[in-house]
Design a protein around this ligand. Structure first.
Ligand SMILES: O=C(O)CCC(=O)C(=O)O
Length: 322
């Protein structure tokens, strides 16, 4: 059965609600906002993205997601001889070949007011988290494990499929919990790779979802998120979701997450498992031209440094395996 597609949400669900985006995120688990970036912004960013992707595909950037493996850690030594890539990690890394503002502006997007406004809608102090880019999978085939290399299986980012219903409910946000972080996808080219099950971020899996195969093509209620270049979808990373990629279609989808400082403890594993603690204290945001944006970026960075310090020497582990 073909998947229905999502419609952009432009108006608040309830006009009186002071936090309409956070409410929409809490109730549906995702919210699709059109046209965050303008065509000239997209043109500049595409150039930077293409350079970075080519460097990473050639083995010139060690922080990549390798085809055939869905979750961290990834082994960059496999690239390019033995594996292609489906993602470039750490767009805020101080050593990035194409970096912040003056070198193409990819890093600056992370601090775009339109992105921060959603998670900061209720005035919470924000922490810098993850900023990566998902790209057209290359070197695609069937991995040695027999796994189909260019589709992601159904998952929640921070709860393993082996969890019982009770464990799922204990880990998921309840209807009265404050919304304190979000993940987002912002494509530089039209992108319909992401499939989600609306509402699944707030309940245990149904029997159908629990019994579905890892690459089940249709699960009741699933929605394919149809993004135009420059749109953004915010989602709860524990919504049941997967990625289905068309390897012939260009993809450069900025993929980030932001949290409130109050969420830091629960977010520590999500964030630090990607290794950001190793370089965050070397980030230099003085290249950001706008003073307000620069101050915001520095304050968010400091909060991540603090999160790293609190977890120093601890093995935060990995959320998922495979
Ligand atoms: O490719 C996508 O849009 C989804 C990525 C994803 O599910 C993940 O990174 O866990």
């Amino acid at each position: 059965m073909p998947s229905p597609t999502s419609q952009p949400t432009t108006t608040p669900q309830t006009p009186a609600d002071p936090h309409p985006h956070l409410t929409a995120l809490r109730t549906r688990g995702f919210i699709h906002i059109p046209s965050l970036l303008t065509p000239p912004e997209l043109a500049t960013l595409r150039t930077a993205a293409a350079t970075l992707t080519a460097t990473a595909r050639a083995g010139g950037w060690p922080h990549v997601r390798t085809v055939g493996k869905q979750f961290p850690p990834w082994d960059a030594s496999l690239v390019p001889e033995r594996a292609g890539i489906w993602g470039v990690q750490h767009l805020l890394h101080p050593d990035l070949p194409v970096g912040v503002q003056e070198r193409g502006g990819l890093g600056g997007v992370y601090f775009h007011g339109g992105l921060l406004k959603v998670v900061g809608e209720d005035g919470g102090e924000l922490t810098m988290e993850l900023f990566n880019m998902l790209v057209r999978p290359e070197g695609v085939g069937v991995a040695a494990s027999g796994e189909r290399a260019f589709e992601l299986r159904w998952h929640r980012d921070d709860i393993p499929a082996t969890a019982t219903a009770e464990e799922e409910v204990a880990r998921l946000k309840g209807p009265d919990d404050k919304y304190v972080h979000t993940q987002w996808n912002l494509p530089l080219y039209d992108d319909d790779s992401l499939i989600v099950i609306p509402g699944s971020h707030a309940r245990a899996r149904t029997e159908e979802e629990r019994n579905a195969g890892p690459y089940e093509e249709y699960i009741t209620g699933q929605v394919r998120v149809q993004l135009k270049a420059g749109d953004v979808v915010f989602y709860d990373n524990n919504i049941l979701h997967r990625g289905v990629y068309d390897v012939a279609k260009e993809r450069a989808t900025l993929h980030g997450s932001v949290g409130h400082v109050s969420a830091s403890r629960e977010r520590a594993r999500n964030v630090l498992q990607h290794g950001v603690g190793e370089w965050v204290d070397r980030c230099d945001f003085s290249v950001l031209k706008d003073e307000k944006q620069r101050k915001t970026a520095e304050a968010m960075r400091q909060r991540l440094v603090q999160l790293g310090r609190e977890n120093e020497g601890k093995d935060v582990g990995f959320s998922l395996e495979g």
